[in-house]
Design a protein around this ligand. Structure first.
Ligand SMILES: Cc1ncc(COP(=O)(O)O)c(C=O)c1O
Length: 559
């Protein structure tokens, strides 16, 4: 007969087994809520990145890495030589100063290195150097050191919402208003009272805190969510950017594992299930820009090895997703954070909350809100913003910063917020989507009419370029666009950002240049693809190349 001790041991064993089953089930559910791509598996992505070997195409293979026939290679060579000549004669001073400072500016070395897929990088940098300097801005244009005027599609990383001249005025007026106080920190400049009033009104939230950058604002939002919920885990969505702080950048780029971050699929039932069932989640971070390309990373040209950039914005579907997310977060006391650092003020005066009709618990703003100066802002519910506990005075949630609430930033911000109430600025928001969708549609029609394998997709004034031909050379398009006088940011054709002061004539000029650039690409043979090529077959081929170079590091790709 079994003794009571044996029964007790059976009981403990059964309880342990049951606990293990529950844990395994939760782990499995978490895995199911991850996106299948590498971007959905941060740790694996880092491991894969660590073994990708460097190799490069020499002057021969550069033009025929897709086995193009000889006549086409000759066309590419001729087109490339023409472009090289154009870059050399048109941008000499800008290129010379860039070359002079490059060795001493690590950020510049980084952006230079990641403009195109790495195999082509050295050759293209040698022959098509992109200048890092501009001398002036006016209207919707930028002028470089050689006097070339470009239409500005960089949008200053999204800061430039209302046109560079507008921010020059904000800075001037802000400077005048802050002059008496100067750079005094600690005590506030009185405009802060008005800024706070307006931010509360815009966000519909109770309290505000000021920071120096968007990254810092997100850090503080997440820290507050953890403090108040007593939970550790942060949910972010696959592909979404929230600044460069470790916990929100769990994959490639961060040398440390972000153990408390779950990167889950956006617009997914499995994700909702995880949120509904786990007890360790403090907050969900949403970057509404992802509505343009859910679950995919920022579409940089450095990863444009084929025609794999896909984007399509569906406002109703994304609004529905946010609504369902809101319900689950409310049910589970999970803090819903909208990171509106990019889209705030851009897609609607009231940002993503207004645009999608969903309220967040905390909203972060930045970029354009600083009126041209660095800024990060957190707006949140009163109970979530509090940094100490009345009943436990030693348990605080610390967040200060020397330059937070800088008088010059506050006065420039004040100019920006005041302008939002002006008739002419308010008018920009009327029919905003219709205007930008109409412009995207008309450009796409022109491209379609000429059978050019390029299209644009947009979320209001934020655009991305998609390619229909699975060519290995789609990234070359950025150099044709620059040659036509269109200024792009370092991620190239992945992100075009228009300021809202683009009038019809300016936009028509951009569209003409865009079409001319696409014609140039086709004329010079870069859109060509072998008859049976697909994005998949291209990627397989690149994988084979990588394996060979990994196994035989001294293998010469081309003479
Ligand atoms: C959505 C979002 N969050 C956070 C950040 C980080 O802001 P900052 O570059 O000011 O640190 C960015 C910057 O692009 C962003 O787009």
């Amino acid at each position: 007969m079994d003794s009571p001790t044996t029964f007790a041991l059976y009981g403990i064993g059964a309880a342990a087994a049951a606990a293990l089953v529950v844990k395994l089930k939760a782990r499995l559910e978490l895995s199911r809520a991850k996106h299948r791509s590498l971007a959905g598996h941060a740790r694996l992505a880092r491991r894969v990145a660590a073994v990708v070997p460097y190799y490069e195409y020499g002057p021969t293979e550069f033009f025929c890495s897709d086995d193009a026939p000889q006549d086409l290679v000759a066309r590419r060579r001729a087109g490339f030589a023409r472009l090289t000549d154009l870059y050399r004669t048109r941008f000499p001073r800008t290129a010379a100063l860039t070359a002079q400072v490059k060795e001493a500016i690590s950020d510049l070395q980084f952006t230079e290195a990641y403009r195109v897929p790495f195999q082509y990088g050295r050759f293209v940098r040698e022959h098509l150097p992109v200048g890092a300097f501009v001398a002036s801005s006016s209207g919707v244009t930028l002028t470089d050191l050689d006097g070339n005027r470009f239409y500005d599609l960089t949008g200053s990383y999204g800061v430039n919402l209302l046109g560079n001249d507008f921010y020059k005025e904000c800075l001037e007026a802000g400077l005048t208003q802050a002059r008496e106080l100067g750079p005094v920190l600690g005590p506030y400049h009185p405009v802060i009272a008005e800024n706070v009033r307006r931010l509360r009104e815009i966000s519909g939230l109770d309290e505000v805190s000021f920071h120096m950058s968007g990254t810092e604002a997100v850090m503080q939002a997440v820290r507050l969510a953890r403090y108040h919920t007593g939970r550790r885990r942060v949910v972010r969505f696959c592909g979404a950017y929230h600044g460069w702080w470790g916990d929100v950048q769990p994959g490639i780029g961060n040398p440390l594992p972000a153990r408390d971050t779950y990167t889950l699929k956006e617009m997914s039932e499995e994700t909702l299930h995880v949120l509904r069932t786990r007890r360790d989640i403090a907050c969900v971070l949403v970057n509404p820009l992802q509505a343009l390309h859910p679950n995919a990373g920022p579409p940089a040209d450095s990863s444009l090895v084929d025609a794999g950039h896909n984007a399509r914005f569906d406002r109703a579907a994304y609004a529905d997703w946010l609504t369902r997310l809101r319900v689950v977060c409310s049910e589970r006391n999970i803090v819903l954070i909208f990171d509106e650092i990019f889209v705030g003020f851009r897609i609607a005066a009231g940002g993503a909350q207004e645009y999608f009709g969903v309220k967040a618990d905390i909203v972060t703003y930045g970029k354009t809100l600083g009126g041209g100066l660095p800024i990060g802002v957190v707006c949140g519910r009163k109970d979530l913003m509090k940094r100490f506990r009345d009943d436990r005075p030693a348990d605080v949630c610390f967040a200060r910063g020397t330059f937070n609430s800088h008088p010059y930033v506050m006065t420039a911000m004040h100019e920006f917020l005041t302008a939002l109430g002006r008739q002419d600025v308010r008018a920009l928001y009327h029919g905003l989507d219709e205007r930008w969708n109409g412009r995207a549609d008309s450009l796409n029609r022109r491209l379609g009419d000429e059978n050019l394998p390029v299209r644009v997709a947009n979320l209001s004034s934020i655009w991305t370029i998609c390619y229909a031909a699975p060519s290995r050379y789609n990234w070359m398009f950025q150099y044709y666009l620059r040659a036509e006088g269109l200024a792009l940011s370092w991620i190239g054709t992945g992100r075009l950002i228009f300021s809202l002061n683009y009038g019809e004539a300016d936009f028509a000029a951009v569209a003409d240049r865009f079409v001319a650039a696409a014609r140039g690409m086709r004329h010079d043979g870069w859109f060509w693809t072998p008859a049976d090529a697909t994005n998949k077959s291209i990627r397989r081929r690149i994988l084979r190349e990588m394996i060979v170079h990994r196994l035989f590091p001294h293998f010469q790709t081309s003479p």
